[in-house]
Ligand binder design. Structure first.
Ligand SMILES: CCCCCC/C=C/C(=O)SCCNC(=O)CCNC(=O)[C@H](O)C(C)(C)COP(=O)(O)OP(=O)(O)OC[C@H]1O[C@@H](n2cnc3c(N)ncnc32)[C@H](O)[C@@H]1OP(=O)(O)O
Length: 386
């Protein structure tokens, strides 16, 4: 049995032999050999991974082998080639080496989810073995949670909020010493998926806002309570909640391509992720106001100067330098690291939970305001881009 991928080089046909998959767990920095192994593994996948994943594989393969999208944009009715072009183009100027790494990681996560799902008892939670919106890998003492909606700039939809909470809870109990959050593609994350606001339940917009506030509070709570060193590897621009949460991370490493933007007033919204408390402490109340109230976008260098980012690396060597450093950190005694984090963070925890509750309650009101509704409608109808 075989299925066809539309004209994408080594991915044109994927077949389903009976052979058990061999896991490629090299990750972090993929060599050409790893990349070639991953291409071979793709041909061995036993199940169709679905069009979204196939497009991701296609785009990463093209980026890794040819660099940024160089094809003319297909016409609107050429649906398949348009989808492929969109996926490749969405990777922007992602370096070839990073694309190769992401390709290897994606294949590894597909292989591992297919292999482990064959051992899953009926009724076991699907998310313990495979994620729709994340790639989660664990090796060298590091659990890496990668936001994986590159064609949507890693916007956080409702499923992604749930999956991140699930992945954090699993990481807090696994054998890894440290946990990393990063993004796939050219963005770290464009923040809350604005289409989250479009699906109105029978209880109307009030119920929608209430449910959103409950979800947000639980989501941010998982970051406040996370017990191990939590590191952000900010591979590209970050917007909204993906920025505010950084104040709850233990270290933040950024590519010099990254930017940091919290356009809450533009969206008729207010700060979350405990940033109304952490940002003034990190960078002074006035600098926090420039970001959180006036929506000033910071470069990685500026964010580092203000203490939000720990260190900035040139994009060309970002992945190599950061992962080398993280692998060394992950070799440190894990219990000592946990306890040290606890002593640094614990006396703030109660305060952070209180701030989180207050921010969610204020936001619940903002989501019902005309200012917010108009901003969302404008984005969705493409009248404005931030
Ligand atoms: C449970 C609820 C909790 C809520 C918590 C509160 C959180 C608040 C925030 O996070 S506020 C910040 C929200 N984010 C934004 O407002 C960003 C909106 N996006 C943009 O302005 C732009 O897309 C961009 C600057 C991020 C990137 O621009 P560009 O490079 O030109 O790319 P595109 O706009 O073409 O984007 C490609 C593709 O992705 C979709 N997309 C990007 N970001 C989002 C998003 N945040 N929500 C939904 N969709 C997004 C975009 O629509 C394109 O999709 P398409 O190809 O058209 O299908």
């Amino acid at each position: 049995m075989a299925y066809h991928l539309p004209n994408c080089s080594s991915l044109q046909v994927i077949s389903f032999p009976v052979v058990q998959l061999h896991l490629n767990r090299t990750a972090m920095r993929a060599s050409q050999k790893d990349f070639e192994n991953a291409m071979n593994q793709v041909k061995l996948l036993k199940k169709d991974p679905g069009n979204e994943v196939k497009l991701k594989l296609y785009s990463l393969y093209k980026q890794a082998t040819e660099g940024p999208c160089n094809m003319p944009k297909p016409g609107v009715f050429d649906l398949i080639n348009k989808a492929k072009w969109d996926a490749w183009n969405a990777l922007g100027s992602l370096p070839k080496e990073t694309a190769r790494q992401n390709y290897v990681d994606l294949v590894s996560s597909l292989s591992s989810s297919l292999e482990s799902s064959s051992q899953v008892e009926p009724g076991t939670d699907r998310k313990s073995t495979g994620y729709e919106t994340l790639m989660v890998t664990s090796e060298d003492g590091i659990t890496k949670i990668m936001l994986n909606r590159p064609t949507k700039k890693n916007a956080l939809n409702v499923e992604m909020y749930h999956e991140i909470m699930h992945a954090l809870k699993a990481a807090s109990k696994d054998d890894s010493a440290i946990t990393v959050l990063t993004g796939n593609g050219d963005y770290y994350s464009s923040g809350n998926d604005l289409t989250n606001f479009t699906d109105i339940p029978p209880g109307g917009v009030e119920e929608k806002a209430k449910n959103g506030a409950i979800l947000l509070r639980e989501f941010v709570g998982c970051f406040i309570d996370f017990p191990k060193p939590l590191i952000a590897v900010v591979n590209g621009p970050a917007v909204g909640i993906s920025v505010t949460l950084l104040g709850l991370f233990d270290a933040v490493y950024a590519s010099d391509r990254a930017t940091f933007h919290t356009p809450f007033s533009h969206l008729g919204q207010s700060p979350e992720g405990c940033s109304s408390y952490t940002f003034p402490k990190i960078m002074s109340p006035a600098k926090a106001t420039e970001m959180l109230v006036f929506g000033k976008k910071l470069t990685a260098g500026e964010a580092c100067a203000q203490g939000l980012v720990t260190e900035v690396f040139p994009d060309s060597t970002f992945q190599k330098e950061v992962w080398t450093r993280l692998k060394a950190f992950a070799k440190l005694p894990p219990n000592a690291m946990r306890i040290s984090k606890e002593i640094i963070r614990n006396r703030e925890k109660e305060k952070l939970h209180a701030v989180n509750a207050e921010e969610c309650s204020v936001l619940q009101g903002r989501w019902l305001s005309d200012e917010c509704m108009n901003a969302v409608v404008n984005f969705l109808s493409r009248k404005s881009k931030l």
